[in-house]
Design a protein around this ligand. Structure first.
Ligand code: LFR
Length: 491
């Protein structure tokens, strides 16, 4: 029997069928489609209707291939949302979090809401694009959407709603808004009212694994399919990725490696302390009563932007060529803090890296090889920094680091990560979010007893590449150089 996971990542979305054979998971990608934001004027939007169309295409393909699933789950990145009007229609085109409309809003909100009050309530890190600031920005600009809206749905909630006709908020994603009260386990009315947003738009979120309706009958008729149940999985992609970490020990460190690098550990209670706030750690809701104590690291985004820019200028290198050039460039020639806000938005990344280096008294890298090397080395060093902070905050020590997600196909980065942290890296599986999405559906069906059993099956189903640290002394020295560069309190 098949189940179906839709995983919408930066750049592409995938429909992945999962099956169990001899207690091993077998996955098959049946549909891959673009998930590219669309810019209209100065605004960056989700192409939400196209995505819904592609979700339907996935079902048509599943039917044609005789793999119609027993259950469907959708995950995607956090913080973004759509608003629904009184006739049940989507109002406007959802904004993409990298849009500039939130620029400066976090600071404005903090003029009347203290950061410590926000953190004490939510346990969530301060990222300028958090939903709280997106909504505050609508209020500040007196957006007409606000007077029309009656419901708030995050992107997977919204696509699920299109499929089923039921409006349900899901927990893991809800926590990332920075509007969710971690202690009370519901939306925080005080925070909502302080940014002028009615609590009536929100319903108490359901937990990952909850039944969330069935494919609506009009769609069944259109696609010629039978009724299929839809499950609210751990719909924040990072929450799903963490479900898929094939860890053996109870306390483990993970890095979900893709456009973002999300590094942290799983805890049973949110860590809402002064120190966690100062280091800008987050406590995002996870599956089955867990929390993700983690920190966002800018990740492969910076490299992806450099590559995109190069391609626009006609430099069509293969991925191997990029890696090769990075390897040929001199080591530790210049470093950046990948989390400098300079690197958050799209465009012009090469010159921003050079600007950063000039401003910090370093030689700006000029060749593509040198730029790529600078990005990957800086990421690996930032991983060490955040890993050590995670140990201090959680009170646990980690023997190595689990890396999951598409970024692990970058073997050079995996090796350098191991060198930087001076410990082994266990890399796999690459399709972390989709596998975590499937796992929650199997747990909901009773096929797996719990998350631990799911992780054991995942460990037995997918290869794990092991990287052992090399050139430890050189990386140790580079770490000293890196530490001098970054500002400890804010990044
Ligand atoms: C990763 C991710 C991160 C979140 C960022 C923006 O895909 O979901 O966890 O901070 O995207 O939503």
């Amino acid at each position: 029997m098949s189940i179906l996971a839709y995983d919408l990542g930066a750049g592409s979305g995938r429909a992945i069928i999962g099956r169990l054979t001899d207690n091993r998971i077998v996955t098959q990608e049946i549909h891959r489609f673009a998930n590219e934001p669309v810019k209209i004027g100065d605004r960056l939007h989700w192409d939400i209707l196209r995505l819904y169309h592609e979700i339907q295409q996935g079902l048509i393909i599943a039917k044609q291939e005789h793999m119609l699933p027993e259950s469907i789950g959708i995950d995607s990145w956090a913080v973004d949302y759509g608003l629904i009007g009184r006739h049940g229609e989507l109002l406007g085109n959802p904004y993409h979090y990298r849009d500039w409309h939130t620029h400066g809003v976090m600071e404005k909100v903090q003029e009347h809401l203290s950061p410590s009050a926000i953190f004490q309530t939510t346990g969530i890190q301060f990222l300028p694009f958090n939903t709280i600031y997106q909504l505050a920005s609508l209020r500040q600009s007196d957006s007409p959407l606000l007077s029309e809206a009656e419901r708030f749905l995050m992107i997977p909630d919204l696509l699920r709603y299109f499929l089923t006709g039921e409006m349900i908020n899901e927990f893991t994603n809800a926590t990332t808004t920075q509007l969710f009260n971690a202690k009370q386990g519901d939306w925080d009315r005080k925070l909502l009212s302080s940014i002028g947003i009615p609590a009536s738009w929100f319903s108490t979120p359901v937990q990952p694994g909850a039944a969330a309706g069935r494919v609506r009958s009009s769609l069944m008729v259109d696609l010629g399919i039978s009724s299929i149940p839809v499950t609210a999985v751990a719909e924040h992609d990072t929450a799903s990725a963490v479900v898929a970490v094939p860890a053996v020990s109870k306390h483990f460190a993970y890095l979900s490696c893709g456009t973002w690098s999300l590094m942290g550990t799983e805890v049973n209670e949110p860590v809402i302390t002064e120190q966690a706030m100062q280091w800008n750690f987050t406590n995002e809701g996870g599956a089955y009563g867990t929390y993700r104590l983690l920190k966002n690291i800018m990740g492969l985004w910076i490299f992806q932007e450099v590559k995109r820019e190069a391609e626009r200028e006609g430099h069509h290198y293969s991925f191997e060529q990029w890696i090769d050039d990075a390897q040929q460039a001199p080591a530790f020639a210049s470093l950046i803090d990948p989390d400098d806000v300079l690197f958050l938005h799209a465009g012009d990344m090469r010159s921003r890296i050079r600007q950063y280096c000039r401003q910090t008294g370093q030689q700006p890298p000029d060749t593509y090889g040198a730029i790529t090397r600078c990005i990957f080395e800086s990421l690996a060093l930032k991983y060490r920094y955040v890993l050590e902070l995670t140990e201090q905050l959680s009170g646990n020590t980690f023997e190595g680091l689990h890396m999951v997600g598409g970024g692990i196909q970058n073997k050079l980065l995996c090796q350098w990560s191991s060198n930087a942290i001076g410990r082994p890296v266990w890399a796999g599986p690459a399709e972390g979010s989709a596998i975590g999405n499937l796992a929650v559906q199997w747990i909901a069906q009773g096929t797996f007893k719990d998350m631990q059993e799911a992780r054991t099956v995942i460990r037995n189903s997918f290869p794990i590449d092991i990287y052992e640290p090399e050139q430890v002394q050189a990386w140790e020295e580079a770490y000293g150089q890196f530490l001098r560069l970054i500002t400890v309190s804010t990044q």
